[in-house]
Design a protein around this ligand. Sequence first.
Ligand SMILES: Nc1ncnc2c1ncn2[C@@H]1O[C@H](COP(=O)(O)OP(=O)(O)OP(=O)(O)O)[C@@H](O)[C@H]1O
Ligand SMILES: [Mg+2]
Length: 225
Amino acid sequence: MSAVFITGTGTDVGKTFVAAGLIRCFRALRQPVNALKPLVSGFDPAAPSGSDPAVLLEALGREVKPEELHLISPWRFRAPLSPDMAARVEDRAIDFASVVDFCRAAIAENSGTLLIEGIGGIMVPLDKCHTVLDLMVALRLPLILVAGSYVGTLSHVLCAKDVIMRHGLDLCAIVVSETENAPVSFEATLATLANFTNAPVLGLRRQAPGAQNDAVFQHLAELIG
Ligand SMILES: Nc1ncnc2c1ncn2[C@@H]1O[C@H](COP(=O)(O)OP(=O)(O)OP(=O)(O)O)[C@@H](O)[C@H]1O
Ligand SMILES: [Mg+2]
């Protein structure tokens, strides 16, 4: 029984890509796995395909239908904005304590590996006084920090890592998911990050030769298993 929180240095860096890859890896190993994306913005109920909860449900081998979407993503917002702003557009507000309670209940019920994907980067506001970091602190789950490989990611990763460490959270891996057309050496990015952290730094290429990414997902699964 383990639960892991998948966080990121920002939006669109590869958190869902990592979560879906891990789900497929655990399923291939015939190990029980479940996933949640408690809050999602930019979600169109008329076209859920391609949304984070849909990608996670598909990886889990479950149907993309309203009941299932509601189970893994109870807080869904239409506007592609930060959760607090997206909620405000709909005259709604996110009750932080309810999000924590929802995650805690899922963690308590979980009988395999539970992956919880955050939203945006670690300092994205959820309401007027809480960010994703507060959710991470409340849950105190081991973390996977996902980042891109664009120019500028080094500072973003090290800032995120510093905040994670200052809050005494357990960083079990940093995963750099390759940014398309990034003009910087992927390997040099991994090597530079490794100079500044004791956490394993793993890399997922865009077009990995052979089973290279599968091996990375297996390594990650072992780290959190
Ligand atoms: N290593 C990779 N190889 C191929 N495609 C990737 C890789 N990493 C990310 N992507 C693609 O980049 C896009 C953004 O990734 P993803 O949706 O996982 O980001 P995210 O951090 O979950 O974003 P959000 O903040 O919206 O939740 C997706 O289309 C995803 O499939
Ligand atoms: Mg995502």
